[in-house]
Design a binder for this molecule. Sequence first.
Ligand SMILES: [Mg+2]
Length: 213
Amino acid sequence: MQDLLIDLDNTVYPEDSNLFAQIDLKMKSFISKNLNVSLDEAYKIQKKYFINNGTTLRGLMLYHNVQPEKFLSYVHDIDLNSIKKNKKLSNELKNYKGKKIIFTNGSEEHAKRVLDKIGLDKTVENIFDIIRADYIPKPNILTYQKVIKEYSLDPKKTIMIDDLPNNLKTAKKLRMKTVLIKKNFLNSNTYDFIDIVCENLLDTIKKINKGII
Ligand SMILES: [Mg+2]
């Protein structure tokens, strides 16, 4: 039996539900208000820290002494109406007997709200969030080592599912199986550290239950 590490944003719900777009905007306005810069400047800072530090929050903590709790509650205060219950996904996940762990750079509170909205709150009970990761985000290998230890995972028997290739690169270094969630992905040979590309999480879990992955 393999265990599953499942990313949250843009993985358990589709990218086109525009939830993450809302979080993106909230981050920009948080930076603008707290660093006293224009929205354009805030956006540049946001993306710079995301690229250089794994998450925007990490950069804000390192260089501006931002309190993480304040940032997380602000950026996750969003409207979840665009995400719907997903009965098929919850049934498919229920049938899977391995460990199911949400592995997210967001907060547990946000993860719980999202899982509740999709109807996965009873199915997926393990959440390893950015707070438990001591605010060191994916793709930093230290955080993967921490989640492995916490849940006694065997990386060779673990499947990591994420919509960001970079996060899968670290997983592959640790010898996990890797699944990229991407709609309309044409060239699966682009990244040698990705084992399979699936359209969405439902498709992924179906394949895992059938033994294809
Ligand atoms: Mg994601």
